[in-house]
Design a protein around this ligand. Structure first.
Ligand code: GLU
Length: 491
């Protein structure tokens, strides 16, 4: 009978939640949800010196934002807790002591200074770094002597000097490593905290983890883990190391490539649905071509067989495109509700708050078509809210037009618009089309002039809808302002 699926996301709260970590969380979550298994969050907080205030909250917030709910872990508890490694120190100590008692580990009394000198010497001689095993075979008397000197030892694993360690990875296949290349790594530090290797193995065993899905960078750690599993008499979970994520220049994804923290993407107005879709395709694919895949479809179709070995490229252009697709698929009301906080925050301070939701609702259809992120919404919609538009008067003069013909066009439009009965899209279009003809202008010329006059920009949402939303009063006062810019003396 196959064991039930239990997978874990095991972040260390040592910094912001990197998109690479969140991709790992997502793959674990998808795998658990696909197979009706359990998704566990375990906090690997044993590196006290590297702990960062607020990192844990940011990681959990990131998971919540993406809808990656966990069945066991912080806040929700579970039968295999505690889920913080810092609260499980006794378990690691027991395991380390057992290994020492069995002869698979030993106390090492070497001082940090000695280890540092050893490393330098190895570097000088161009030897691979690694502990020189000085304490591996200390006699009882030698140990007692060190203890009497008051030195607190670390515990090191007694790696076999010969033979090979083999393991199988579901993505990478069989991996074989010569034991002679593995040093006697530390299990327990002198402050009583475990290293990653020991804590990870003990917890994956005690939490009955069935599959370990994590980033490729951990692949080199597996031989050590395998040796530990064997020595402790534990069964090793199945392994699947997820391919690296690279920037477009094929170097490891980092801040140089732009935002790497999931929090930043949230702040920049990416939708969680788009983010999930995008991250799922970093190393996995449905069929090598489908780009837009809903969360439900991802859960239904996710499989480790379709996880690739090839490094995934993080293409922010594609993410923006995808986000635009998701934005356009939202209902207008949903889009409005999501855009509102960005507008409240992002519009210039002189715009009166709180914003009128009715006015916002009329503007949003024009913006939804264009925005690629929610953070772009204030900039795209700003001219609907501000009293004065700032732009260069030269923008007003249409293609193939002069200052005079532009002034004439604006004045005639002013006249027609003030007489127009219903200031709606259709009558606006009708009256302005016939005006263009009367003035002997191409519609593009007249509309271009008016677009700049009423929006302050050359590219904006469709003109007549925009004018209808702005309303007669605003349009007329903006045309007046445009005329003043062009010919201050004439007006
Ligand atoms: N704490 C490790 C990390 O931050 C976990 C690695 C693993 O999943 O084994 O990535």
């Amino acid at each position: 009978m196959s064991k039930s699926v239990r997978v874990r996301f095991a972040p260390s709260p040592t910094g912001y939640p990197h998109v690479g970590n969140i991709r790992t969380a997502l793959f674990n979550w998808l795998f658990a949800r696909h197979s009706g298994g359990t998704f566990i969050v375990r906090i690997e907080d044993t590196d006290v010196a590297r702990r960062v205030e607020g990192a844990l909250e940011a990681i959990l917030d990131g998971l919540r934002w993406l809808g990656l709910d966990w069945d066991e872990g912080p806040e929700v508890g579970g039968d295999y807790g505690p889920y913080f490694q810092s609260q499980r120190l006794e378990l690691y100590r027991e395991a380390a002591q057992r290994l020492v008692a069995q002869g698979d580990a030993y106390y090492c009394y070497c001082s940090p200074q000695r280890l540092e000198e050893m490393r330098k010497e190895q570097a000088r001689r161009k030897q691979p770094p690694g502990y020189d095993r000085r304490c591996r075979n200390l006699s009882a008397a030698e140990r007692a002597q060190k203890e009497a000197e008051g030195i607190t030892p670390v515990v090191r694993f007694k790696t076999p000097l010969e033979g090979q360690t083999k393991f199988n990875d579901l993505i990478w296949g069989e991996v074989v490593v010569e034991n002679s290349t593995i040093d006697d790594f530390v299990l327990l530090k002198s402050d009583g905290y475990p290293t990653y290797h020991l804590a990870n193995v003990v917890d994956d065993h005690l939490m009955e983890i069935s599959h370990v899905l994590r980033a490729e960078e951990w692949l080199p750690s597996v031989p050590r883990h395998k040796l530990l599993y064997q020595a402790l008499g534990y069964e090793m979970p199945l392994l699947a190391h997820l391919p690296m994520i690279l920037g477009p220049d094929r170097t490891k994804l980092s801040k140089r490539h732009g935002a790497v923290s999931i929090t930043e993407y949230q702040e920049q107005g990416y939708l969680p649905e788009a983010m999930v879709n995008f991250l799922a395709l970093l190393g996995w694919s449905l069929d090598d071509k489908t780009e837009i895949i809903s969360r439900e479809e991802l859960v239904r179709n996710f499989s480790l067989e379709r996880v690739s070995k090839t490094a995934a490229i993080f293409n922010s252009e594609k993410l923006s495109w995808m986000n635009g697709v998701y934005i356009r698929s939202l209902s207008l009301e949903d889009f409005t509700q999501r855009a509102l906080p960005f507008l409240e925050r992002g519009l210039p301070p002189e715009v009166e708050r709180p914003l009128s939701i009715d006015y916002v609702r009329r503007i949003m259809p024009l913006i939804q078509e264009r925005a690629r992120t929610l953070a772009e919404v204030p900039e795209l919609a700003e001219f609907f809210f501000t009293t004065e538009l700032e732009y260069d008067a030269s923008l007003l003069i249409g293609k193939g037009m002069t200052q005079e013909s532009t002034i004439e066009a604006l004045k005639s439009a002013q006249q027609r618009l003030s007489e127009l009965e219903r200031f709606d899209e259709e009558p606006l279009e009708a009256v302005l089309r016939s005006l263009a003809e009367e003035l002997g202008l191409k519609t593009g010329q007249l509309f271009g002039v008016l677009r700049v006059a009423v929006t302050g920009r050359t590219a904006a949402p469709p003109l007549f809808q925009t004018m209808a939303v702005l309303g007669r009063e605003k349009c007329l006062s903006r045309i007046k302002a445009a005329l003043e810019k062009l010919a201050p003396k004439l007006c």
